[in-house]
Design a protein around this ligand. Structure first.
Ligand code: NAP
Ligand code: HSE
Length: 429
């Protein structure tokens, strides 16, 4: 190990995560010479609003000038915790071009520009680490990239959005409807003022793109991920799920088979025996299958000040150690393959289909005929009692079917007078 003066760090952002990183680095400051081999010093903190009161933070560290940080040759690590695409994208590029190592928690940016930024980092001999961009405090990217690097990973299934897991847990345990559970999530600070990215599955889709790229060594961007959210899920769907011995979860799925990848996020009926079915409230979990590892599940807090700071500080320490040993840029982009990403029409799933139908002879035969004609094989049919409008509720569970065939069948069912409403269409594990 070479003698090293302290390593100077700039934080970009001092919000939820930035504040946690600041506090955690201070909490561990005296131990850093033992952990890293030298001291870590926060030299600048970039914020948007210099007037905001920031308890316990030395005001002399605050700046609203990115150029001050970019042009300071003593800054070795830039920690981007502002979020969003711009100016984060520009600042990260400029930091790497200036030979500075970068740590970020920014899933929006990495899910879109991760490959290009990793190449830029490598070209400049720098580290670019983004562990906290997926599943907050669970160090899943480090596990996939390092500890599990000897495996061929074939499947990742994740509950990677805490807000939606919290909402579905309330709907399951208290029989709440979606809107009531969302209001509760907002009240508790889980859901943001605009919850669209969480409830429509975009946040989980970005995390799945990053995990799939890392696990399968082939670049997947957010636009490659088919996303379905939970805003149409009802308490009735969840009641039926439980009758079937299942839990309803928003699951990100990434699979690699025969040289092709599928990545999607959707509500899924999971048997209660599946480890992910037991993950409740705002917790995240990632279930991985590797050829050597077999099955494993990693569970923890996917968001929040300190759980997220835990992963960011882990990345800072790793890069600081690389600086001390003179080996930054050692681990760049690991996407050395270019696998085909299956369009959603080609993926195969089992389905739960709930519909309100006319109560007259020939209805069941008509519906099963449409499904059969489209190669949709039925595994189970349950006819429920009449609903409050006098219509019969029919629940069909299909065998594994190709998405395209199933969607074609749905289009025809939707146009039939005997089918009054297609109430729910949910994938089944
Ligand atoms: P946040 O609370 O909104 O904080 C954002 C910080 O960035 C604020 O300090 C803000 O300054 C600063 N900022 C924003 N735009 C800026 C600009 N143009 N110039 C200078 N400073 C700017 O955000 P957060 O929740 O900490 O999230 C940060 C990142 O971590 C995001 O990429 C997010 O996706 C990711 N992440 C968050 C969590 C979580 O639990 N929150 C978990 C995992 C990953 P002011 O203080 O002056 O407004
Ligand atoms: N909004 C995310 C969630 C946390 O609910 O899990 C940040 O990634």
């Amino acid at each position: 190990m070479t003698e090293q003066k302290s390593i100077r760090i700039a934080l970009l952002g001092l919000g939820t995560v930035g504040g946690g990183v600041y506090k955690l680095l201070r909490r561990r400051a005296e131990e850093m010479p033992n952990i890293v081999g030298t001291e870590l010093e926060i030299a600048h903190i970039l914020v948007h609003n210099l007037e905001k009161k920031r308890e316990g933070v030395d005001p002399a560290l605050l700046t609203d000038s990115w150029e001050t940080i970019r042009d300071d040759p003593e800054i070795a690590i830039v920690v981007e915790l502002m979020g969003g695409m711009e100016p984060a994208y520009t600042y990260i590029r400029e930091a790497l071009q200036a030979g500075k190592n970068v740590i970020t928690a920014n899933k929006d940016l990495i899910a879109e520009h991760g490959g290009e930024l990793l190449d830029l980092a490598q070209a400049h001999g720098c580290d670019l680490q983004f562990g906290a961009s997926v599943a907050g405090g669970i160090p899943i990217l480090r596990l996939l990239k390092q500890s599990l690097a000897g495996n061929e990973i074939t499947e990742i299934m994740g509950i990677v959005n805490g807000t939606t897991n919290y909402i579905l847990t309330r709907m399951t345990e208290e029989g709440m409807e979606f809107s009531e559970a969302l209001a509760k999530a907002t009240e508790l600070g889980y859901a943001e003022a605009d919850p669209t990215a969480d409830i429509e599955g975009y946040d989980a889709g970005r995390k799945m793109a990053i995990m799939a790229s890392t696990a399968f060594h082939s670049r997947v961007t957010f636009s490659d991920v088919h996303t379905e959210g939970i805003s149409n899920i009802t308490a009735t769907d969840i009641k039926y799920a439980r009758e079937m011995g299942c839990e309803l979860k928003l699951i990100g799925v990434a699979r690699q088979k025969n040289g092709e990848i599928e990545v999607h996020v959707n509500p899924l009926l999971l048997p209660q025996s599946h480890p992910l079915a037991t993950v409740k409230d705002s917790f995240n979990a990632v279930f991985v299958h590797g050829d050597a590892l077999d099955d494993a599940m990693f569970q923890g807090r996917g968001a929040g000040e300190f759980p997220t700071a835990s992963d960011v500080v882990g990345d800072i320490i790793d890069t600081a150690r690389n600086l001390v040993s003179g080996c930054t840029g050692r681990l760049g982009c690991t996407c050395y393959k270019s696998l085909r990403i299956k369009p959603i029409d080609e993926i195969e799933s089992k389905y739960f289909l709930r519909m309100a139908v006319e109560d007259r002879p020939g209805v069941l035969a008509g519906i099963s005929g449409v499904l059969g004609n489209n190669n949709v094989s039925i595994a189970q049919v349950v006819q429920k009692l009449k609903n409050q409008n006098g219509k019969v509720e029919l629940v069909v569970i299909t065998d594994t079917v190709r998405e395209r065939n199933f969607r074609d069948a749905l289009t025809i069912l939707n146009s039939m007078s005997m089918v009054n409403e297609l109430s729910s269409v949910i994938r089944v594990y």
